[in-house]
Design a protein around this ligand. Structure first.
Ligand SMILES: Nc1ncnc2c1ncn2[C@@H]1O[C@H](COP(=O)(O)OP(=O)(O)O)[C@@H](O)[C@H]1O
Ligand SMILES: [Mg+2]
Length: 256
């Protein structure tokens, strides 16, 4: 019997008396594309921040590959194989796409965040391997022709792609995606959805996607967890979630 790759159990966290998360449970299987949705204030960002080690929940458990993650610092969680993207593009605007991806790759290879910045002593072989990985990821995400472009000059939708490429260069076992289509137009959203679906199925990267754009989530996710006021009100396939009474109520009569 295989255990789930990722397990969240009874996660609870309050801010000044407001229960941002209230006993949230779910598991994610290896290879799954799992989404968390919910109205504004439902607790999605709080959940995301608990998983990436920025917030410390009052109680509960977060296990990855059977190991307890709770209480680990963000860089330890990252080196355990969990990469995240940021809602606001977090790449350095003055770097080229290639530099940006190489930096992510080196951060992945070196244990500490400071050691990763040190360029001396790295073998030419390591450099070539890093460049190969970066080129492969860039090609897969349609960024192959943009490696020498300065990130800050690229359109927002492309910068979001660079952000995704950055996280993939770390070869994560679990990828946390925070609103990957925020601020994108319809066409960019459709392209990003297709890319995420491809990365999930072709590379086998397990994904936890937190998203506001319902149609996007429903189109690509295997299962969807719905939060409302910090509580899990549904956990099912997209087809069942859209028909769920509690979900429809939470979204005020069918914004889904
Ligand atoms: N740092 C914080 N300090 C105080 N309250 C917070 C903080 N972060 C979130 N909250 C509150 O927790 C609840 C859940 O917020 P959040 O996780 O941001 O929801 P979502 O991302 O689903 O919109 C909200 O009531 C919000 O006001
Ligand atoms: Mg949020």
């Amino acid at each position: 019997m295989s255990a789930a790759l990722f397990e969240v159990e009874d996660l609870t966290l309050s801010f000044a008396g407001v229960r941002a998360l209230d006993g949230v449970d779910f598991t994610i299987d290896e290879g799954e594309l799992f989404a968390v949705i919910g109205p504004n204030g439902a607790g999605k960002s709080t959940l995301f921040n608990c998983i990436s080690g920025i917030y410390r929940p009052e109680s509960g458990s977060i296990k990855f590959g059977g190991r307890q993650l709770l209480g680990s610092a963000p860089h330890r969680i990252a080196s355990a194989g969990i990469a995240r993207t940021f809602q606001n593009v977090d790449v350095f605007p003055a770097m080229t796409v290639e530099e940006c991806l190489l930096l992510a790759r080196h951060q992945h290879l070196r244990s500490g965040p400071v050691a990763s910045m040190v360029r001396w002593g790295r073998s030419a072989r390591e450099e070539r391997a890093a460049l190969r990985k970066v080129t492969e990821v860039a090609d897969r995400l349609g960024l192959g022709g943009l490696l020498q472009s300065t990130v800050g000059t690229l359109p927002h939708g492309i910068q979001k792609r660079v952000e995704l490429a950055r996280s993939l260069c770390m070869e994560p076992r679990l990828l946390l995606l925070d609103e990957p289509v925020a601020g994108m137009n319809h066409e960019e959203t459709a392209e990003m959805a297709a890319t995420l679906s491809e990365v999930n199925s072709d590379l086998g990267v397990t994904m936890l996607l937190v998203e506001h754009d319902m149609s996007m989530v429903m189109g690509i996710s295997h299962r969807v967890c719905v939060l409302d006021f910090g509580r899990r009100i549904a956990l099912d396939t997209p087809a069942n979630v859209v028909r769920d009474e509690a979900v429809i109520d939470a979204y005020l009569g069918g914004a889904l």
